[in-house]
Design a protein around this ligand. Structure first.
Ligand code: BEZ
Ligand code: FE
Length: 288
């Protein structure tokens, strides 16, 4: 393995993988080497550009901590997260579609009873969200776990607000015997993904805006069913057709309807106008 040139280098690297003991690792590494080398050849990368790329990836790693995941953001904004999601969730027709997980999930959200308010310490329009968890026949799924997270009425996740010392706009609910669950929150608004890390200048260089259309994140799981990580989007949002992370699907959009003061669907008496939204989730059976 000497005197390697532009035309022999790729095969020389691929040859080193022949001794790999892990077939899947070998398949992935071979493809990665082939595509990387082809990419470098295709654009005739300069040394300066390669060094900038290394600096970019270094800065991406350095931006990560327990509350910030710049690599997820990079994957999301390049459409890789949605591609991995699509390949791994080929659910049958009619099952609730999945979308991007995003970097703002926090484990350990409080387990709450139906009707609880998950947005007691943040601003925003009070909103009653009701939902049902159903199977492929439309029959209720009781005892499903529904993990919820979203921004406040100004477009911030709790982890982005330094003054908060407890979780906000996060909770875990369980569907009742009729598959129903419900909670109070604030109406989500569209918001920019963080642009103070390397992903910000990258979007700028691409001529793109950083906004996501308003949505609530859901993660549902129930015994015997495939788990679903998804969002419910607010109908009419101006960013539905230009989501910075390519996550919008028509089937996930629902109306958030403003109601006058009065008694809400769950019996709560509201002295001010409020918002109501509803979504039925359909879980695919787990055949594994
Ligand atoms: C989110 O919706 O929380 C999100 C998803 C992808 C990138 C940034 C934020
Ligand atoms: Fe989000």
């Amino acid at each position: 393995m000497r005197n390697l040139s532009e035309s022999t280098l790729t095969d020389a690297v691929l040859a080193t993988l022949l001794t790999s003991h892990d077939a899947r690792f070998k398949q992935i590494a071979e493809s990665l080497v082939r595509h990387l080398h082809d990419f470098v050849r295709d654009v005739e990368l300069t040394e300066d550009e390669w060094f900038k790329a290394i600096q970019f990836l270094t800065a991406t790693g350095q931006k990560c901590d327990d509350k910030r995941q710049e690599f997820i953001l990079l994957s999301d904004t390049l459409g890789v997260s949605m591609l991995v999601d699509a390949i791994n969730h080929r659910f049958p027709e009619g099952a609730t579609e999945t979308t991007v997980f995003g970097p703002f999930y926090q484990s350990g959200a409080p387990e709450l009873v139906n009707g609880a308010n998950i947005a007691t310490g943040v601003v925003g329009e009070p909103t009653l969200f009701t939902g049902r968890v159903l199977d492929h026949r439309g029959e209720p799924v009781a005892g499903a776990t529904i993990d919820v997270w979203a921004v406040d009425g100004e477009g911030w996740y709790d982890v982005q607000l330094a003054h908060l010392d407890e979780m906000q706009v996060r909770g875990r609910f369980r569907s009742d015997a009729a598959g129903r669950f419900w909670f109070w929150t604030v109406k989500p608004v569209s918001y920019p993904i963080p642009t103070d890390g390397p992903v910000g200048p990258m979007l700028h260089a691409m001529g793109r805006h950083p906004y996501r259309p308003a949505h609530i994140h859901f993660m549902l799981s129930a015994a015997g069913f495939r788990s679903v990580t998804t969002h419910v989007f607010v109908a009419g949002d101006k960013y539905l057709d230009s989501d910075a992370v390519f996550g919008v699907k028509n089937s996930l959009i629902t109306e958030f309807v403003t109601k006058p003061a009065g008694t809400a669907k769950d019996g709560t008496v509201m002295a001010t106008p409020y918002v109501e939204a509803h979504y039925d989730f359909r879980l695919a059976q787990d055949h594994s």
